[in-house]
Write a protein that binds this ligand. Structure first.
Ligand code: G6P
Length: 612
């Protein structure tokens, strides 16, 4: 979390930096700041969003062609002006921005205080800038060398950029654990947490690797060294982001736009991978590893948040179709509990951003124990695809709303393709069943389009329940993860407490919560356990709970007992999550809009969680 952006070149830095911050705001938005180097370093920062910073500097001098900027998601120190980045060194000759956590900051801070350094914030970041200044003074080294020496003392994660009053043509950037992309333009260079602030100026980018330092000097070629002083050759990648994907395109919010993009994003995800006529499912990125996955002792899926929910859907699919045992783990738990991992285990890491710190650490752990690691990521060139043995991109396009929508359905689509590909290779599925599923899968984009027509009905239901204090979401089988995801969406953006539960487990606890004020969203599409879920609905009704049911079109049984019914098109039972999720995304969206919540930037959240 936290977004960082920097610029050096012939143009005024401020407009580029502030626009970059708006693009990166999904990464954190509790405070923001900017430092522009002209003769002096002019540093402005404020609590609040990027727009507050933009307002704050309106009458200030922001002239200059080199600068750094930051939008914050607080880890150490509350969101206030002092803790906002950039941070000055004591001489005010250096200014730094940082994304990550310096874990040994308190030891370093104590040492620096005894050496006379005065701290102006409660952040872990500030130790870095004082440490670098201290090294520069006492070791008599240049800024790059001082950064190198400082980073060798640091434990933790960082993406940093530093400017120095004494060297007004130089940006020093470095990373470990947190992402950093360098954009190479015509006589200008950009640095950012991801490519979105860069893409409109240049398509040539270099992704910095862990423990690498970029030396970016005006009108000179980019140089990269490691913190151990080994020279590296910058490798230039071409960006393929479509600029319009970064705009709202007529929608009120990115989240709504992204919900409506799903027919296309699911289609993009399947393109070139599903050939119904020839009866082929093929994910090129994992072809070299298909034998390994097919013969895996088990598959362990690791992920966080919404991606973890997609993993749960994957568990059902892999077990049902490919008959491979699957465990789904929260990356944050997995990494700290000494898990038993064998060399013939295959770990699938799922992540929209490709940057989630816990998922990355879990990958490294599994890799060190010899497992094969496959990634499913959305952001091209992010850290997870580079840390895995092989993988596949979801191709959902940039997802900007903090609450994940189209990335989830794309992840589920990839997992479906992967399970089918494995099942076909293993022979664990009959040819006719394989064809039946792929035929249906091809129709999913148009059925999602059809499902989106429930929007008006959802608005009506949202109006009735917008002031509810609690919601329960129930589902069974493949629809259990859908219930979890529906509840998470509501919590994230409307701040209403919601719980997702396997419908049959309700009687072991949550049933005690049910009364005439409790809306219970039940996902009751056609599936093997349909009759069972009807019994669960009856149990809720017997306690005066209010049922909002998601059903397959034409359903009669649930309609007779539910209070509100939302229909989705019929499809194969295994593909139902791709449709049933859509009304739940819309329900959370409209409730949150009616409650006046910040849709794309919900409080306390960030889209890319680069701290553990
Ligand atoms: C954050 C985001 C969620 C996301 C989760 C995992 O909490 O707000 O939307 O599901 O991180 O992120 P990843 O990028 O690894 O999928």
């Amino acid at each position: 979390m936290c977004g960082i952006v920097a610029y050096v070149g012939p143009n005024q830095a401020y407009p580029i930096l502030i626009k970059g911050l708006y693009r990166l705001e999904y990464r954190g938005y509790d405070s923001a700041g900017i430092a522009i180097l002209d003769k002096d370093i002019k540093l402005y920062k404020t609590k609040g969003k990027v727009a507050d910073l933009d307002n704050f500097v309106k009458d200030k001098d922001v002239t200059g062609t080199i600068g750094i900027a930051h939008t914050r998601w607080a880890t150490h120190g509350e969101p206030n002006n002092a803790n906002a980045h950039p941070h000055f060194s004591n001489s005010k000759k250096l200014a730094i921005i940082h994304n990550g956590i310096i874990e040994n900051y308190s030891t370093l801070r104590e040492e620096l205080i005894t050496r006379g350094y005065i701290f102006c914030s409660n952040t872990d970041t500030e130790v870095l800038v004082h440490l670098i200044e201290d090294i520069q003074i006492h070791e008599n080294v240049n800024l790059m060398e001082a950064v190198q020496l400082a980073l060798n003392q640091v434990i933790g994660a960082y993406a940093i950029v530093i400017i120095s009053k004494d060297d007004p043509d130089l940006l020093i950037a470095a990373r470990k654990g947190s992402p950093l992309v360098i954009g190479i333009g015509e006589n200008e260079t950009f640095v950012a947490s991801d490519a979105t602030p860069i893409v409109e100026y240049t398509r040539n980018v270099v992704y910095l690797d862990d423990e690498e330092i970029a030396i970016i000097r005006r009108n000179q070629e980019l140089k990269i060294k490691t913190i151990k002083n080994i020279d590296k050759t910058p490798y230039i990648h071409k960006l393929e982001i479509n600029l319009s994907a970064l705009e709202k395109g007529g929608f009120d919010h990115f989240m709504l736009k992204e919900i409506y993009e799903q027919p296309r994003s699911i289609g993009d995800c399947m393109r070139g991978r599903l050939n119904v006529e020839k009866g082929i499912v093929s994910l090129g990125g994992i072809l070299d590893y298909i034998e390994k996955i097919k013969n895996a002792n088990r598959i362990i899926i690791i992920a966080c948040g919404t991606s973890w929910h997609a993993g749960l859907v994957g568990e059902y699919l892999f077990e049902e179709l490919a008959r491979i045992p699957v465990e789904v783990e929260y990356a944050s738990e997995f990494r700290y509990r000494n898990p038993v991992i064998y060399e013939d285990d295959v770990v699938i890491a799922i992540s929209q951003s490709g940057e989630t710190a816990d998922t990355l650490a879990a990958i490294e752990l599994a890799k060190s124990k010899g497992a094969t690691i496959i990634g499913i990521c959305n952001v091209v060139g992010s850290s997870i695809p580079r840390a895995t043995h092989a993988g596949t991109y979801t191709h959902a396009g940039p997802e900007i709303g903090v609450a994940s929508t189209k990335a989830f359905t794309a992840q589920v689509t990839i997992l479906t393709l992967m399970a089918l590909m494995l099942a076909d290779k293993k022979g664990s599925i009959s040819k006719s069943r394989f064809h039946q599923i792929i035929n249906e899968l091809e129709k999913i984009p148009s059925k999602v389009e059809e499902t989106l027509k429930v929007n008006d009905e959802i608005i009506r239901i949202a109006k009735i329940f917008k002031d509810s204090r609690n919601f329960l979401y129930l589902g069974r089988g493949l629809n259990f993860p859908v219930a979890l995801e529906g509840a998470l969406k509501l919590k994230e953006i409307s701040y209403i407490h919601a719980e997702g539960y396997p419908a049959a487990e309700m009687k072991h606890g949550p049933i005690a919560l049910i009364d005439e004020k409790m809306p219970v969203v039940v996902i009751a599409t056609n599936q093997g356990v349909y009759e069972k879920i009807i019994s669960n609905i009856e149990e809720v009704k017997a306690r005066k709970g209010i049922i909002i049911a998601i059903v397959t079109e034409g359903d009669k049984s649930v309609r007779n007992i539910a209070d509100y019914v939302i229909e989705v098109p019929d499809t194969d039972e295994l593909l139902a999550p791709l449709l049933a999720t859509i009304p739940l995304q819309l329900l959370s969206y409209h409730i949150a809009v009616m409650r006046g919540c910040s849709i794309d930037q919900p409080r306390n959240l960030a889209k890319s969680v680069t701290v553990e």
